[in-house]
Design a protein around this ligand. Structure first.
Ligand code: HAX
Length: 435
């Protein structure tokens, strides 16, 4: 057994008694109540999911395994001379809760390399898609096509003990993760670069190899590492994380779960928002003839969008009530690497004018920017201008968190998800509405 798997086994076995005790001895202790507003309103704020991989405080933002984004970026091992840590070391943290040594992070890198070869039929599936297919459709189908590789599905049919479910799930997760950068880059080069595919370079780390296969020079390798880390997880209630958890709770293997997760991420209110931000900014650029608007001009564009009944993409959040620290981390990157880019000037002006407008508009509970307000613009700067593709990047990152969660779900024996629904009649009765 590899050192990481050994460690994971110890951690899972050490953790299990805590979960078992909570269910057995404290299962009736109430976590809260559910209102009619919450039942109709997308279960906002209902505490009914458990994860130890990340926690989202509305005012502080995300912590991964207890560490804030600046702490993660500072503490994790980095490639020689690099600004941002490796994805490998970050995945080790998500899986185990521990900051890895350089050697431990390298072992994850070796595991990925040994599992990275993408079967030819995956490329055939992508090639068979109509050219207009959205990159997220290609990505989801490519992942699903590999389901036959699932070790969990095979072991389950053979009759594996529930206690051991996490083990083949770990194997599937590692096998899948190792292939995602090449699949993502393949989709990009196939769809947007005339099929001029760049072979992987196994000497590079996860993020740098992705940048290499995308055909984008440094510092895109730094950006890729940052991007995948920032987009990895945002506790369990968001659509992509929740979908992954829900599908896996039926003991569907990770190929089914991650393909479904990608489908949820593809919605414009979720991961597609980074594409929508760019579309919105491009629309303003066209109207301005490329000139950067001043604050007054920008305010008018924002109000026009709101008055036509649309949302301002990249702003607002279901849980956060302050500027997303993932936005701030990308803003810092931008200030360092692309402060003079006119498109960054757009983002900067939006940051100055949108929160006040959303407050005045009076609907959004959170007027501040989220992760998507900034991410597409950085991609644009480095020449990745096909914004249809941006959510695939998000999907590679999000897989790190969702797969860590699914491994732990299996380790702790979480059951199939099955909340209860009620009818509108029942709600009216509870509300005391006379008919
Ligand atoms: N612009 C205009 N109106 C907004 C708004 C925005 N950016 N954000 C919220 N509102 C509106 C909502 O549409 C809602 O209006 P109605 O009452 O008419 O339905 C009202 O304000 C209350 O919404 P809320 O409670 O503040 O927000 P929700 O939890 O319902 O939704 C969203 C959260 C992120 C979906 C929402 O803020 C939104 O649509 N933002 C724009 C799209 C976006 O940036 N999505 C990415 C979010 C981050 C993410 O998940 N990335 O993957």
């Amino acid at each position: 057994m590899s050192a990481i798997k050994q460690k994971l086994q110890e951690k899972i076995e050490g953790w299990r008694p805590r979960t078992t005790r909570l269910v057995k001895e404290y299962g009736d202790v109430k976590l809260g109540e559910v209102s009619i507003g919450q039942a109709i309103g997308g279960m906002r704020g209902v505490k009914c999911l458990v994860t130890d991989i990340s926690y989202l405080d509305p005012f502080e933002g995300i912590r991964f395994r207890g560490y804030t984004i600046p702490e993660v970026l500072e503490k994790l091992p980095k490639p020689a001379g690099a600004e941002y840590p490796t994805v490998e070391s970050f995945f080790y943290l998500l899986l185990t809760g521990d900051i890895p040594t350089e050697k431990e992070a390298e072992e994850i890198g070796e595991e990925f390399k040994a599992r990275a070869k993408v079967p030819q039929y995956v490329f055939d599936v992508i090639n068979a898609m109509p050219p207009e297919a959205h990159p997220m459709v290609m990505f989801s189908a490519a992942i699903l096509s590999m389901e036959k590789e699932s070790i969990f599905a095979k072991k389950y049919k053979e009759g594996i003990s529930k206690m051991d479910y996490w083990d083949p799930t770990y194997e599937d997760a590692m096998n899948l993760l190792a292939k995602l950068p090449e699949i993502g880059a393949y989709i990009y080069r196939k769809k947007f670069k005339g099929g001029d595919i760049i072979a992987p370079d196994p000497s590079l780390d996860f993020g740098a190899n992705f940048a290499h296969m995308m055909g984008v020079p440094a510092p895109y390798d730094e950006l890729s590492r940052l991007y995948f880390i920032l987009h990895s997880d945002h506790e369990s209630g968001n659509v992509s994380a929740h979908t992954g958890h829900l599908v896996a709770s039926a003991l569907s293997d990770v190929y089914y779960a991650i393909s479904a997760m990608i489908d949820g991420l593809a919605g414009p209110l979720h991961g597609l928002a980074n594409e929508m931000v760019l579309r919105w900014i491009q629309g303003v650029m066209d109207k301005m003839g490329g000139k950067v608007p001043d604050e007054e001009e920008m305010k008018k564009f924002v109000w026009d969008t709101l008055n036509s009944g649309q949302v301002i993409p990249g702003y607002g959040h279901a849980v956060l009530r302050k500027t997303d620290p993932r936005y701030m981390a990308q803003r810092e990157f931008s200030l360092k690497h692309l402060a003079d880019d006119p498109i960054f000037a757009y983002v900067d002006i939006l940051y100055k004018v949108v929160p006040d407008i959303l407050r005045e508009h009076g609907k959004a509970k959170n007027p501040w920017p989220n992760v998507d307000a900034q991410s597409g613009v950085i991609q644009w700067h480095y020449g990745v201008r096909e914004y249809d593709f941006y959510t695939v990047l998000f999907g590679i990152g999000r897989s790190l968190g969702v797969l860590s969660n699914i491994i732990w779900d299996r380790g702790l024996g979480y059951p199939i998800e099955r909340p209860k629904s009620v009818t509108t009649d029942m709600l009216e009765e509870v509300a005391g509405i006379k008919k």
